[in-house]
Design a protein around this ligand. Sequence first.
Ligand code: ADP
Ligand code: MG
Length: 680
Amino acid sequence: MDFSIREIKGIGLRKEKLFARLGIMTIADLLQYFPREYEDRNHVLPIGQVEIPSDTPVLICGKVGTIQEVRPRRSMTILKVVISDNSGSAELIWFNQPYRKRFFSKGQILSAFGKMEWAYGHRQMNAPEVENGLVQPGGFVPVYGLTEGLYQADVRNAMREALHFAAEHGDVLPDSIPTDEYAQYRYMPNLAAYENMHFPQHMKQQEQARKQLAFAELFDMQLGLLLRRQHARMAAGIKCGPNGSLLRQLVHQLPFTLTKGQIKAFLDIQNDMEGEVPMQRLIQGDVGSGKTVVAAMALAKIVENGYQGALMAPTEILAVQHYEEFCRLFKGCPLRVALLTGRTTGKERAVILQELKEGTVQILIGTHALIQEDVDFFDLGLVVTDEQHRFGVKQRAALQNKGRSPHTLYMTATPIPRTLTLSIYGDLDVSSIHEMPPGRKIVKTYAVGEAMRKRIYRFLEKNMAQGRQCYIVCPLVEESETVDLQAATALYEQLRTTVFSNRSCGLVHGRMSGKDKEAVMEAFQKGDIQLLVATSVIEVGVNVPNAAVILVDGAERFGLAQLHQLRGRVGRSNIQSYCILLSAKGSEETKQRLHWMETIHDGFILAEKDLLLRGSGHLFGYVQHGLPDLKAADIIRDVSILMNARESAAAFLQSPVDEEYVLRILKRRFGRHFDGLLNN
Ligand code: ADP
Ligand code: MG
């Protein structure tokens, strides 16, 4: 049963909205919103002995001395509360939270939890968590990811209530099919596992709980993927004949020789398309590895066999880019290619739709416009989805449903280490393109500190003076999109009016409408904008060969995969390109990450390094496959559990299965996130 979080005491309309921003609608969603980390509140430290700066928050306890509110500016208040114990004193400060003042009184015993720093010669904690009185030492306090307006206390309180609710109602939380393998991971009852995830007494119990929930989750996920594969393979595919003249002409007139990886990928495709079951293949290849031409070859093959093909791209610019490239590649070939996007309207659109229905348009390239209801194919035999992670499962399915079990090809620029592909893309066959087309220069990558900013700007200027274009990327951090947007806008305004006032600058960010975004990107692509300031939303796949420098500001805030993707925006021709990673001084891990970026240019190897670094977090590609987020499991740390879960799920499907029952279990766990799992 799905219970709305409104059933929980203390959650009204306002909080419901805040929780919704975190993707939490139901009590089950809430209980599966696991802590990001735990604060160890087993030790109270003497104030004077805290090492500064404290990397992790520390717990202190003392008596309140002065309470002071200052207003350095009209729009700003700073609340300062001094607490002391025998060993020393510290100042606790809050910006713009005047209402907090009520909470404190002189002489009060107060516990505070936060990071301690030096400020003007004394110890200071900025916005610590405070509790009246001595905290009960013992226990670990969960720390959750938040959104603006929602506080740790809100989530913690809601969580306690939700656990009570689940205990009273039963039937709230997902649980797996009780296989023998699950029994091995089942350290405690299901509900107890959730309790131990949120409010563990000891970390050992938390780890057992996590493993138990991870297995259950991964088992269900694999079950879903394997079922999806079984279903896809039940349909009869379009069995293609051997390669013919259109394909030969295409290959013959290519302006370059195919790389080994491209040839291998096409051979895989050819095999699939000449086989008995519909192709379900993913091509993963680093940005710029040349996936488009492979798609063109597959499309040529389906056309030769008397069917139509479709290529769907996530944005207008990409669709147009593909269309133009196809016109070049197929120049002089007996073939009708058409472009259909949101901008194709009126008579033009009517003609294309008519020709599509009659089968005279053989390859249709476009955006989401392809899945509109009135788009009918004569006989659609191959569906290609570019940057597949940008589409929802439903959208991809909608295109597929325009044919009768057409072959399907997905393309992604997100490399994943080989050990994991099978488990993540468990329902697909995968081809990887590892090498880049010859002649590409390595993007020279430099990690630099704030002190270099001015010099870097001069470097950008020098490149622009030579006619090159540049990107500047500002970080976007989920916890406050508004603040980040302000930062990006401020930087843009500053650069536009000072350092780069003689250059044409543009700004693109996530809050812009699709149309505005496309307009800016198009201007950049045309060269009308020389310097593009962007939040991390730069369109994937955009090909601006003249862009030579990308400056990533706040590089410490990006993961390796993301940095590599960003770097892929430059170095798309034989112009020497540069990637500058500007960062505040960071942890050892940050240094390591940036160093790898400087020295490693192969996305697959970087992906493996990423695995080493990140014990947690999402593996890129996972969510992108249209799969729901993993809640308890971490496919990096939990590879062995994952393998067990996969084997176990495969074994389970070997014996006769009550599919309705299985679907109920899956629906229960993944709900709306796994919609369409089996319908495509
Ligand atoms: P991606 O894999 O990122 O989609 P594209 O298909 O857009 O890459 O290819 C990037 C560029 O490389 C295009 O301009 C394309 O024409 C070119 N290209 C593709 N394959 C080769 C090749 N074998 N040799 C040289 N250039 C190639
Ligand atoms: Mg591409």
